[in-house]
Structure formats: structure tokens, C-alpha cells
Ligand binder design. Structure first.
Ligand code: SAM
Length: 205
């Protein structure tokens, strides 16, 4: 996975690659065979959701330019795999998942790794987690119709937000950097396909 799917596609951040080497992906998709768990595509985790393709996760993590002291918000815990990678890369991870059964499974799997820098919340994360803002990084793990303004405001100055933005079926990966109190820079870094972000600031059910 690391040699062919990540290094082979130009993932160069050694901290991100080391996190992939540390976190056992198969722990987070127990219904899949070992070969499936490390395959070059998303894998179903139940409730119509998926654990994202390894390359897509690595691409987002690299593009977020994460630093060891960062506090990061993840919207869409899913299996908890990206949460576990984030816990290796930054000081504190806040992650929200709207499907309680998925969050329970993620909590169980994350517990096996003994990471103590993760806070999990069940509910609609489409408006962020204002009580813990500001965040140095915000990662949407589901596709949004637009970057919600109230989540953008939860970025610290200097922080980076990554979100798939577009239709329900195809999105552009957008990176927003907060340059100042009211100054943001936004760029599109490529195409992607994510499950839809539901909820108040996402798509309706
Ligand atoms: N990166 C995750 C992983 O490693 O398993 C995959 C996340 S999966 C592609 C997207 C997740 O976002 C799903 O579990 C879905 O239930 C969740 N989701 C969608 N809308 C949400 C919302 N408004 N708040 C929280 N989670 C949401």
C-alpha cells in the first residue's frame, strides 16, 4: 500500500507515510479480507458508508500540512482509520460522526491502539464543533455542497481546511487557508468522489 499506492503516486510527507506504516488499516474494516483492507479503493463499512481509499486519505493529510502541535477537527469519523492517522500526526483530534453505530465501532477500534488524544462526538458535524474551536486543521471526510461559513470561521489564523466540494456524485478537493481575521485563500487541488455530507450545512437526507 505504502510503496505502490502512496509513494508511487507522489505522497512525499514522511510523517504521513510513517503514520500509515504505524496504523493497521485492517483493524478498521474487520469485515474485509486482508487483501481488501489494503486495496486501492474504498471499502464498505456498513450503513451505506466507506473507509476511504488509502491514497485519498494520504493526499488530504499531506495537503493539510499538519504540524505536531496542531489541534484538528475531522468531520465524518467513519471507520476511525483517518482519526487514528491524525492521532499520530497532531497533538489533539476532535472527530464527529452522525451514525452512532459507526462511531461505537470506531471507538472500539481506536481503543485497541491506546491513543489518548482523540475526542469523539456522535451527531451532525456539518456546522463544526464550535466549543473546541479554533482548529489548526479541519478535514471534511464527506462531500459538501459548499464549505459552510460557520466551519470556515472555526479555523485558527494560519489554519488549513480541506473539503470535497461539489455535487453529490463528484467533487473538487478544496483547501482553504485562513490568512488573517477576515482573509482566506482558497484553491482547488483536484477531483475526488466522497459520500455526501448530510445535515444542517450539508445535503438533506
Ligand atoms: N475517513 C473515514 C475513514 O477513514 O473511515 C471515512 C469517512 S466516510 C467516507 C464519511 C463519513 O462521514 C461517513 O461515516 C458518514 O456517516 C459521515 N458523515 C456524513 N455527514 C456527516 C455529518 N453531517 N456529520 C458527521 N459525519 C457525517
Amino acid at each position: 500500500m505504502i510503496t505502490e499506492q502512496l509513494r508511487g503516486r507522489n505522497i512525499r510527507d514522511e510523517r504521513v507515510l510513517a503514520a500509515f506504516a504505524t496504523v493497521p488499516r485492517h483493524l478498521f474494516c474487520p469485515g474485509a479480507s486482508l487483501a481488501e483492507a489494503y486495496a486501492d479503493h474504498p471499502v464498505e463499512i456498513g450503513y451505506g458508508q466507506t473507509i476511504s481509499q488509502p491514497y485519498m486519505v494520504a493526499w488530504m493529510l499531506e495537503a493539510a500540512r499538519l504540524q505536531p502541535a496542531d489541534r484538528v477537527l475531522e468531520i465524518g469519523t467513519g471507520s476511525g482509520y483517518q482519526t487514528a492517522l491524525l492521532a499520530q500526526l497532531v497533538a489533539r483530534v476532535f472527530s464527529i460522526e452522525r451514525i452512532p453505530e459507526l462511531l461505537d465501532a470506531a471507538r472500539e477500534h481506536l481503543g485497541k491502539l491506546g491513543a489518548e488524544n482523540i475526542a469523539l462526538l456522535a451527531g451532525d458535524g456539518s456546522a463544526g464543533w464550535p466549543e473546541h474551536a479554533p482548529f489548526d486543521g479541519i478535514l471534511f471526510a464527506a462531500g459538501a455542497p459548499a464549505v459552510p461559513e460557520q466551519v470556515r470561521r472555526q479555523l485558527a489564523v494560519g489554519g488549513r481546511l480541506l473539503a470535497p466540494v461539489g455535487s453529490r456524485f463528484h467533487q473538487k478537493l478544496v483547501r482553504v487557508e485562513r490568512l488573517g481575521e477576515a482573509k482566506y485563500r482558497e484553491d482547488e487541488i483536484g477531483g475526488c468522489v466522497f459520500v455526501p455530507l448530510r445535515g444542517a450545512c450539508g445535503w438533506s437526507d
